[in-house]
Design a protein around this ligand. Structure first.
Ligand code: GLY
Length: 372
């Protein structure tokens, strides 16, 4: 295998686009087929780069997340250089306040930078926290990116690099024996030497693979114009079932519910009420801020909440899906490791833990044939 082959990436979300850019920059001929990028989870996310705040235990998943967090600054610099656009990458750190009655976990992951702050110190760190906050963890190496700005930058990078994106509302994978031989759309049959499945929460509609939608509702508020500073909140706040993510332009993103409701669209009063109550408890300062927007998205969840990366049951189909809560964080490392795999056929040992076969021992994953 080498990068002289034609590669077709199925899925135009953050994972598909990041891999397309990486492959193209390595000299591959690559194109993307996509149903509707407006539905991509990347647009709905908050953009936290938070392996420590998410409390991912020591595991290959933590290693993958830390590797990706370390790649981020160079990765976004490259996209910004190509396009002249900004991604809003901000090494803001993440503060994880603990409220009265919360379970106080005072352990931290070994060998990682983290500091426990008591009730007084945490208030010196961030003004405006709720009265119930009794202390918390400070994770200076966790960060954030403006996921919508990043997604726009990736889309523009794709355009600048001349990568073709085929939009079609129907996509079907055609196979013969142990190979994929094409992708049928309404308009045409697309052919390539190698295919990549990067269809996030919609993966199960194309392939019999255990990836399910986990809905997240979100909203945003903005700092009132009368304030002397554009953004008084200078770090992400990560609480129990709630996070508050400031942007440097004065917006504040509040997320997120976690609901098993299939692809049921829309915001609900219950979901939004829960988010507002959690946000005010953590950062009471925002209770009178004007509301800007409500939205929702679908995380691609798997049974063990880990991504599915690497080889599939078809020798020319690579899997890049199931990133669940960490798609924005894992985009750079997914692009790097899968481009290495496609370029020279060598699988990084880190990919072993994310192989599809962990779900279906002795079973082949069958390709389905409905539209994407
Ligand atoms: N990454 C945070 C979430 O999925 O809600």
């Amino acid at each position: 295998m080498n990068v002289s082959q034609d590669i077709l990436i199925i899925g135009g979300g953050i994972i598909g686009l990041s891999l397309a850019v990486e492959l193209k920059l390595r000299g591959a001929s690559v194109s993307v087929v996509d149903r509707d990028c407006k539905q991509a989870a990347a647009r709905a996310a908050a953009g936290m780069l938070a392996p420590q705040a998410e409390k991912i235990p020591p595991s290959p998943m933590l290693d993958l997340c830390l590797q990706s967090r370390a790649l981020y600054s160079t990765w976004v610099d490259r996209l910004e250089d190509i396009t002249g656009l900004k991604t809003g990458y901000w090494r803001s750190g993440i503060l994880a306040p603990v409220c009265q009655g919360d379970w106080e976990d005072k352990s931290s992951l070994p060998n990682l930078n983290a500091q426990w702050l008591d009730a007084d110190t945490i208030r010196q760190h961030q003004w405006g926290l709720g009265e119930e906050v009794v202390g918390g963890w400070w994770y200076p190496d966790d960060a954030q990116v403006d996921n919508r700005a990043l997604f726009r930058t990736l889309q523009f990078t794709i355009k600048k690099l001349g990568i073709e994106v085929i939009q079609d509302n129907s996509v079907e994978i055609i196979r013969e024996a142990n190979r994929v031989v094409g992708v049928e759309t309404t308009a045409e049959k697309l052919k390539a030497d190698r295919y990549v499945l990067a269809t996030g929460a919609w993966s199960e509609t194309l392939l019999d693979i255990p990836v399910y939608p986990r809905k997240g509702q979100m909203l945003s508020v903005c700092v009132p114009e009368s304030y002397e500073v554009i953004q008084p909140l200078q770090t992400v706040l990560f609480g129990t079932g709630i996070y508050i993510v400031p942007r440097q332009d004065g917006r504040i993103i509040i997320g997120a519910t976690s609901e098993n409701v299939d692809f049921t669209p829309g915001n609900t009063p219950t979901g939004i009420k829960k988010l507002l109550a959690g946000a005010i408890k953590l950062y009471s300062e925002l209770q009178n801020y004007p509301i800007l927007e409500f939205w929702w998205g679908f995380r691609p969840a798997t049974p063990d909440e880990l991504p599915i990366l690497g080889a599939s049951a078809w020798e020319n189909l690579t899997l890049a899906t199931g990133h669940y809560r960490n798609g924005i964080l894992l985009a750079p490392v997914t692009a790097k490791l899968l481009a290495d795999l496609i370029e020279n056929g060598k699988s990084d040992p880190l990919l072993t833990a994310f192989h599809y076969s962990r779900f279906r021992k002795n079973q082949i994953i069958n390709i389905k044939s409905p539209s994407l």
